[in-house]
Write a new protein. Structure first.
Length: 224
């Protein structure tokens, strides 16, 4: 049974329940690829720059340097706000905040950037790679949980910054407090499908070609 989740864990399950079983329940290794390592690198650079550890962006961001200088004004504005960076938080089944590693942690989230702004709370998520419609769902979840964390806020303003594309590609999502309960209800129902699954069927598709558990890679799955 999978009874603790994050957006990425739920996304894995919905893509292929069997992959989720291998990775989460059976704990089989699922090595991160070059794209994930690259994303981690740039997240660390931005965390240290916005947090004031780095006085400037590194001049050499090879290979494939993203257009980070195009974000410079926005990054400098963030530095002034002194936001929470790579902030880890969890929520109970009742959607109450709790420690990330607490026994009653049910849903976990990590915000790249989060800060209050008068009657709003703002969340920024850094992305490498191409924009995807799925990212809007993640922003909705960030918005809902940010409103829980900041009961004084009437709006959650969330944005994906696509580091390989520049500010023109920014994806935004806004959630008002009067819509919060509906969003939480939908996410709870969505997660319940995963929590009650006892079969974990394979869901073959194009994603099999890069799955670590695929048959052609020596994995336990009968597909791929």
């Amino acid at each position: 049974m999978i009874n603790k989740w994050s957006y990425s864990r739920l996304k894995t399950y919905e893509s292929c329940p069997q992959k989720a079983k291998y990775k989460i329940i059976d704990k089989l290794p699922d090595p991160a690829g070059p794209a994930a390592a690259r994303g981690t690198k740039y997240h660390k650079i931005l965390e240290e720059y916005v947090g004031g550890v780095l006085p400037a962006l590194p001049p050499d961001l090879a290979p494939n340097p993203p257009p980070l200088p195009a974000y410079l004004d926005k990054l400098n504005a963030l530095r002034e706000k002194k936001p929470k960076l790579e902030y880890q938080i969890a929520f109970t089944r009742e959607w109450k905040p709790t420690d990330f590693f607490a026994d009653n942690a049910w849903a976990r989230a990590v915000y790249d950037v989060i800060y209050p702004n008068k009657y709003e709370v703002q969340v920024i998520d850094y992305k490498t790679g191409r924009p995807s419609p799925d990212h809007l769902q993640q922003l909705e979840l960030y918005a809902a949980t940010a409103l829980i964390l900041h009961p004084e806020a009437e709006l959650a303003m969330c944005a994906d910054w696509y580091l390989d594309n520049g500010p023109h590609s920014t994806l935004e999502f806004v959630l008002a407090r009067n819509g919060l309960q509906d969003v939480l209800t939908r996410w709870t129902a969505r997660v319940q499908v995963m929590e009650t699954d006892t079969v974990f069927p394979a869901r073959p598709g194009r994603h099999c070609s890069y799955c670590a558990f695929a048959k052609k890679k020596g994995g336990p799955c009968q597909f791929g």
